[in-house]
Each structure stands twice: as C-alpha cells, then as structure tokens.
Design a protein around this ligand. Structure first.
Ligand code: ADP
Ligand code: MG
Length: 314
C-alpha cells in the first residue's frame, strides 16, 4: 500500500474507533484466513455470575459460600470475583439486622468481616486456587485441579457438573479437607453482537475459531450458540500462541482477538492482533489493532477497511 492509502485507512479507522498501529498490519488484514477469538471477555461480556450453588454434604449453604468466598478473596480471576460477589449478597440478605430496622447499614454488613482467614493462597493458572482455612486444605477450581490433588469426583457430582456445562455454565468444584463438598455454576452472557459478527465472518470467507481455558463441554455449548464450529478448549495460558502458530504452518494468515493478559502472547504471535479497547493494557500493547468501541462488529470493520482501501489503489 502507498503511504497515502495507509494514511487514509488509518484515518477512516480512527473515525470508527478502530486504531491501526501501522501499515503492515493493515496490509495483512485483507488476507486473514483464520480469526481466533478468546471466549471470556471477548465473545462473552466477561461478567460472570453465579447461577447455582450446590452443597453435597450436610453443610449449610451460607457456610459453604463463606468458605468458598474466603478462599477466592485473594484471586483476581473473573470467576473468583463472581463467587465473592454472590456470597457477599447471600450473607447481606441473610443478615436480619441489615433489613429489619429499615436502615441502610449495608456498608457495615458487607464489610463486617464475614470472610474467614485463608493462608498460603496459591493461584494455579488454568486450574483454580488452593489455600488453607482452619489449617485444612481448600481447593476451588476445575476437574484438573481436583484430580491433580488426589480428590475423587463422585458420579452424582460429575453428573451435576456435566448438566451445568451442557447449558453453557462453567462448573466450579470445591473440596475441603480432601473431600468434594460442593459445586458452583457460573455463567457469562454472550455479547449482543457476537452471533451476527460470526455469521458475517463466515460470509467473508474467514474461519472463526474459539480458544479458551474453559472445559470443552462449556466451550462447545457457547460456540454452538454463536455458530463457531472450531473450538480449542482447556488451553493453558501459554498454549494460545501455540494454537496460532499451528494454524500459521501452511502459510495461512491468522488473526487473534482478545482482551486479557493471558491473550498477549497470542496477540503478538498472530499476523494480525486485535485487542478489545476495554481490555488490559498488556493486551492493547501487544496488538496491531485496538477496537476502541469494545464492539466485535469492529472486527468486520477492520477487515473491510483493509480489503477496500488496499484493493482500490492497486
Ligand atoms: P479463560 O480466561 O480462557 O476462561 P483460565 O485459564 O483463566 O481461562 O481458566 C481456565 C479454567 O480454570 C476456568 O474455566 C476455571 O475452571 C479454572 N479456574 C481458573 N482460575 C480459577 C479461580 N480463581 N477459581 C475457580 N476456577 C478457576
Ligand atoms: Mg479473556
């Protein structure tokens, strides 16, 4: 492309909230064959909410939620934030003093130290977290976390988790003192425009691929709702860039759309990296395109812009 074409395209992009960092990326975008989407926060809103809290022992549900929230309180993961938020509300509405006198003493109730002390907190990427409460080990995470720590998943628990996953929820397992005691279901709604953007990409001859650390069943349920056939699930954070490189092997031009710290190596490895503007700074830095409006329709705008401006001047 001529410098003028690049300048024009960059200007049109900027007017539409698509920031283009250089002519090379603009040039490559017209030849995109695969476009890899991170699931959480890219295809979905990244606003996970707890839909189910099931206790399999005689433990009180409020106590169960207190333990789980105490264990997750130190985690930055969106799933952890959803769990703590849910437990906080549960305890707030459970607290008679908070509502009986009609006074708005919510601040006190919310921060009245309902969390227990957790020690030796460890985050295990792609798995969950581990810590100790009352000197006993607490594990919160997926199946891999449980099996790696020698926790058996009883059949009725497995059946329950499978049901959650088939309805696009992520099942989070909770073990206390080496016994599986409960399961949480967490759902993250799709962005409004996701399905229509995927349909548009198919029509443009671009193949959408989903990549996620989440389990296969949940990932496939979400993918089916939006029309993505190619799903790469249970990919550890370091593995996303590996997926890109494998698709590039036959010379295909591969784009990546992501928002998280997890996504930055993949955004850098891709021929065209597109970061969601509301994403983390590290992702934005690693990308060639920044979608400022946080709307996936701008993925199509970006490809269109490249195809149109570059073909016109040839
Ligand atoms: P992604 O961001 O692509 O969804 P992650 O690698 O962050 O994937 O997480 C993968 C899986 O690991 C999650 O779906 C969940 O099952 C588990 N996990 C990770 N962190 C936590 C946590 N703090 N609490 C519970 N589960 C977790
Ligand atoms: Mg993400």
């Amino acid at each position: 492309a001529t410098p003028t074409a690049v300048m024009v395209a960059t200007g049109v992009g900027a007017n539409n909230g698509v920031l283009i960092k250089g002519g090379d990326a603009l040039e490559r975008a017209q030849k995109i064959k695969y476009i890899i989407f991170d699931k959480t926060g890219t295809l979905t809103q990244g606003k996970a909410t707890v839909t189910t809290a099931k206790v399999f022992t005689g433990m009180d549900r409020g106590e169960f939620l207190r333990w789980v929230a105490s264990a997750e309180a130190s985690s930055e993961h969106p799933l952890a934030k959803a769990i703590v938020e849910y437990a906080r509300h549960f305890h707030f509405f459970d607290e008679p003093s908070a509502t009986e006198d009609g006074q708005n003493n919510s601040k006190e109730s919310i921060t009245s130290g309902w969390l227990l002390d957790a020690s030796a907190f460890t985050a295990l990427p792609g798995r969950g977290i581990k810590c100790f409460i009352d000197g006993k080990p607490v594990l919160v995470g997926n199946r891999k976390l449980m099996t790696e720590n020698g926790i058996t998943i009883p059949t009725h628990v497995e059946t329950f988790v499978v049901e959650l996953e088939e309805s696009a929820n992520t099942g989070i397992l909770v073990a206390f003192d080496d016994n599986l005691i409960g399961v949480l279901g967490v759902a993250d709604p799709l962005k409004r425009e996701t399905a229509i953007v995927i349909e548009g990409l198919h029509k443009m001859g671009v193949k959408p691929v989903m990549v996620t650390g989440d389990n296969g069943r949940t990932a496939r349920a979400v993918a089916q709702e939006v029309g993505i056939q190619d799903v790469r699930a249970e990919v550890l954070p370091a593995g996303k860039a590996e997926v890109i490189r494998s698709l590039q092997k036959d010379g295909s031009v591969v784009a990546m759309v992501g928002d998280g710290i997890n996504d930055s190596p993949a955004l850098a490895a891709a021929d065209v990296g597109m970061a969601i503007g509301a994403g983390t700074d590290i992702a934005i830095e690693a990308a060639d395109y920044v979608l400022m409006r946080n709307n996936l329709e701008d993925v199509i705008t970006a490809i269109d812009l490249s195809r149109k401006t570059l073909s016109r001047i040839r």
